[in-house]
Design a protein around this ligand. Structure first.
Ligand code: SAJ
Length: 451
């Protein structure tokens, strides 16, 4: 063991014998499941969050994250293995710290790094030789090296010798019944080979598969590739829907038939736009970074343009459908079915439904919504309550607009009682014809009435 590797070897030893104390900064949908996995791997874990509400509820054995049962939190706290705190000094006890704080985009699609910088400064104040720091928050390539490393070295520590720094993208898919933190492969990219070695050992202690890459930039780009891939392909099928509408072809039939190709194809489906805290945002971290290098990421920009146009496409479909029965959008009574950004969850962040509702109300419609997972939501400071789904409500509406295809909704009932259904998710395919006239997202006629 040389002087150069003594610190690293000791860090590895403390991870191996589980005497290392693990810190997790940000106890949200990424940080809390990760903290629990480290506890299950045998470590003592200090969960740090600036929200005393979160800290208090966790220390009371409760959970605010749907994928983390309260029983798991209660057991971890009762065993003394997990402590949640808002006291920064506690980070000084940690031998490794994972940062899982938000990285929002501003209105002008510029990355807001305030949370990451705050975490980095807190760690820098508590940093000591042997510490391993891993950034998990989705961000633009270069963040780890340009923002994290200098702050941690400011105390005289040398990355790769005294302190180990890496990036490891979070791949948490809330509500996914199959893939959780432990069984989702984890990519790790360190500033130096020693950083890769220590960060890999850290995650191998609690995650089944760890995939080392040669740099933090590579790891940062892995995440952006994963979600830009989705955004671009969703935009492509959204444009295909518009193409099929103009050609009078059923886009769902085309996609389903294309999906029979057993290789070289991956199915995506068109819809009213894209929501969530990942897909609409992540590609813009890369676009922003490349703009600073005078390069325009045309794919990302075009995908964003097409995806963000879809709410307007839906509203035009509603207007055209009402017009066919001599009704104007202005003064019409509309029921939006589903406001969550995707099926069977309760998250409305960036949901296209909010745009659809806003655009319809700007045109003078009276809009109500029903969502089995969302009874109310707050938007721009005011709360908006949903309505119960009833036969009366379905008959009240001049049009029902299916925006989110929650499985819990009885769409046959909708078709039986509504007058007009604008179906942006193909939920009415195969239903028995009812009272409602159905207008699909892409109004192509089916080539034949297939069984
Ligand atoms: N969407 C479509 N058509 C599609 C797929 C999605 O319109 O074919 C829409 C959804 O309705 C939603 C938005 O796009 O509004 C995003 O949907 P998503 O399925 O990508 O779900 P997210 O936003 O929850 O993405 C997360 C991501 N996970 C992480 O970043 C760790 C993503 O990488 C996952 O692939 C995705 O979950 C998943 O597969 O569930």
């Amino acid at each position: 063991m040389t002087e150069m590797t003594a610190v690293k070897d000791q860090a590895l030893a403390k991870i191996a014998d589980r005497t290392a104390v693990i810190g997790v900064i940000g106890l949200g949908y990424v940080g809390l499941p990760l903290a629990i996995e480290f506890v299950h791997a045998g470590f003592r874990v200090i969960g740090y969050d600036v929200s005393t509400r979160v800290v208090d509820l966790l220390m009371a054995g409760e959970s605010h994250i749907q994928d983390v049962p309260a029983e798991a939190v209660k057991a971890a706290v009762a065993s003394g293995k997990l402590v949640a705190t808002a006291i920064e000094d506690r980070l000084g006890e940690c031998d490794a710290i994972s940062i899982a704080v938000p990285t929002p985009l501003s209105k002008t699609r510029d990355p807001d790094m305030a949370y990451v910088l705050s975490a980095a400064d807190a760690i820098a104040r508590q940093a000591h030789p042997g510490l391993c720091v891993v950034l998990e928050s989705t961000t633009y390539p270069g963040t780890t090296r340009e923002l994290l490393q200098p702050r941690l070295e400011a105390k005289g520590l040398t990355v790769g010798q005294d302190i180990f720094v890496a990036f490891s993208p979070e791949r948490v898919d809330p509500g996914n019944p199959t893939y959780h933190t432990r069984n989702t492969p984890k990519v790790v990219g360190g500033i130096t080979p020693a950083c890769v070695e220590v960060a890999t050992a850290l995650y191998e202690s609690c995650i089944d598969t760890v995939v080392p890459v040669s740099s933090p930039e590579a790891a940062e780009l892995v995440k952006l590739l994963e979600n830009t891939f989705r955004a671009v392909n969703i935009a492509m099928v959204n444009e295909l829907a518009i193409v099929c509408d103009k050609l009078g072809v059923n886009v769902w039939e085309v996609i389903d038939a294309a999906a029979t190709k057993p290789f070289g194809f991956m199915k995506f489906t068109p819809g009213p736009g894209i929501g969530g805290h990942c897909i609409p945002l992540d590609p813009h971290y890369l676009a922003w970074k490349m703009r600073t290098l005078n390069y325009k990421t045309r794919f990302i920009d075009l995908a964003s343009e097409i995806n963000s146009h879809m709410p307007e496409w839906v509203v035009q479909k509603v207007a055209d459908a009402l017009n066919e029965v001599r009704k104007a959008v202005h003064g019409s009574r509309l029921l939006v079915l589903g406001v969550a950004y995707k099926r069977d969850i309760d998250d409305v962040r960036e949901s296209p439904a909010l745009d659809v509702i806003r655009l319809l109300e700007e045109r003078g419609a009276h809009v109500e919504f029903h969502d089995p997972f969302v009874s109310e939501f707050r938007e721009e400071g005011h709360s908006r309550k949903g309505v119960e789904l009833s036969d009366e409500m379905l008959r009240w509406a001049d049009a029902v607009v299916v925006v989110t295809d929650h499985k819990a909704v009885d769409y046959q009932r909708v078709v039986d009682h509504a007058t007009l259904v604008v179906d942006t998710r193909n939920v009415t395919a195969g239903l028995t014809p009812g009272r409602a006239r159905i207008v699909p997202l892409a109004s192509g006629s089916t080539l034949a009435t297939l069984p």
